[in-house]
Design a protein. Sequence first.
Length: 145
Amino acid sequence: MAHQRGVFNEMLRDYIAPAARERITWHRQQGHRVAIVSASTPYAVSPVAHDLGLGEDYLATHLEVISGRFTGRLIEPPCYGDGKVTLTRAYSTQHNLDLAKSYFYTDSYHDLPLLESVGHPVAVNPSRKLKGIAAERRWPVERFY
């Protein structure tokens, strides 16, 4: 874990947009629970979550490890597409959260299933395709950088 933090601090920390940090602060001031939902593995997501003060409040794609070795398999469901919805629903149930009152921020149309599952979908620095979908559905579009 110390190595992960070192790599994160050295190579990634400065790439987290100040506007993203500000939005997290705003949500916390509103009393909202904030979590990262990412297709990346915990090895990438955990240092980001900890830097943002979220601790273990993140969902990620887990890799199977047996006897301390990666097997090359994913633990189902991966945190991608419909898997993000499945994992987010389980997290919401565990923490007594209402997805109809929840926000989800993303830049990718691949996250459309989760965007459609929350009450407050937000396209941030969206891909061209997501920007078009957001315009059609009248979802907010924001720029964090």
